[in-house]
Design a protein around this ligand. Structure first.
Ligand code: AMP
Length: 333
């Protein structure tokens, strides 16, 4: 069975972008693949988060994963730092990664441009840690967004380099994967780009958001002037609202508003009310589960422990193989 691996950084609550861009794919994969899904807390360290808020975010992402339907019986669900073999592989892979290629990485260049005051080694070697995450289970498929394509290319380079240097076919070359074959980009509510945790206030709709807050944010979402010509092209703000509808509303509802747009009789107030209602309906059962799960610390602990055990079993096998090949097998122990 092919192995699948993916993770999300605990840098805030999960939003609709994370759900439709990432978690929904995870759900589709867990029935017929050997899946590893983790909370990427080591990756969050590059921005120096407050320790208390980091550990509480780890707990909330774990609860959100489970509330969305990730199933510990089907998938291995774990916290990255609970599997020390990942950090070990990261150390071992570091000498296979070159300064030049790491410095050329787009996400590194972008981060140093935005945060001149915090250009740390963790940022530079982020793709090596990501390679360790994937290669530790020798995964084949990695369901990630478009933003991660270059990192995945680097993982393949490290895997091929390792295989070549040690004359073996040890690591598979992992491929990016999207279930619908089309990378989903969920738009934000401010009419600009994608929905994101760190975008402006009001841009993202979180899975745990209260109904009132969802309604308020949608009411405030950017719109544009109503169409004056039949069948005109939608401005980006309106296209975004229709895209969100495409994720949560019925075909009939979407068609109803499309027709209204095309014959110029559309009013954005009712469209927003319908969209808000459908998002509330979609998010409510997930939100209720999140609240329940977060109260059940024992259950979360059990699931994290079981996940770590399963992940370490798979990780240990890889580490043993890697150390043997690299000449690091202990001759004394
Ligand atoms: P992040 O929240 O940036 O750590 O992203 C976690 C996962 O969610 C990654 O696989 C991203 O590609 C995906 N993701 C985040 N925001 C969006 C969005 N607006 N649309 C689609 N996918 C997204």
């Amino acid at each position: 069975m092919e192995k699948v691996l993916s993770g999300i950084r605990p840098t805030g609550y999960l939003h609709l972008g994370n759900y439709f861009g990432a978690v929904k794919n995870f759900l589709a994969l867990q029935d017929n693949h050997e899946c590893f899904f983790f909370v990427a807390n080591l990756h969050a360290l590059t921005t120096h988060p407050d320790p208390l808020s980091l550990s509480s975010s780890v707990k909330s992402v774990l609860a959100e994963y489970l509330a969305c339907g990730l199933d510990p019986e089907k998938s291995t669900i774990y916290i990255q730092s609970d599997v020390p073999e990942i950090s070990e592989l990261y150390t071992l892979l570091n000498s296979l990664a070159y300064k030049g290629e790491l410095e050329k990485c787009t996400s590194f260049k972008e981060k140093i441009r935005k945060h001149e005051e915090n250009i740390n080694a963790g940022l530079l070697t982020y793709p090596v840690l990501m390679a360790a995450d994937i290669l530790i289970h020798r995964a084949h498929k990695v369901p990630v967004g478009k933003d991660q394509e270059q990192h995945l290319e680097m993982t393949r380079n490290f895997a091929v380099r390792f295989n070549h240097r040690y004359g073996v076919d040890f690591f598979p070359e992992p491929q990016a994967f999207n279930f619908s074959q089309q990378l989903v980009k969920v738009p934000g509510l401010d009419g600009s780009g994608k929905m994101g945790k760190s975008e402006a206030e009001g841009n993202a709709l979180f899975l745990r958001e209260s109904n009132e807050s969802i309604i308020n944010k949608i009411k405030k979402a950017k719109t544009a002037p109503s169409p004056t010509e039949p069948n005109s092209v939608k401005p980006i703000e309106i296209e975004n609202l229709f895209m969100l509808m495409g994720l949560v509303s019925s075909k009939e509802t979407i068609q109803y508003f499309e027709d209204k747009y095309n014959d110029c009789s559309i009013q954005y107030g009712p469209l927003k009310m319908q969209l808000a209602e459908d998002i509330v309906k979609f998010a409510l059962p997930i939100k209720e589960k999140i609240v329940d799960l977060e109260k059940n610390t024992d259950l979360l602990g059990k699931i994290a422990k079981l996940g770590a055990e399963k992940a370490r079993e798979s990780a240990n096998e890889t580490i043993k193989g890697v150390k043997n090949l690299m000449g690091l097998k202990s001759i004394w122990l």
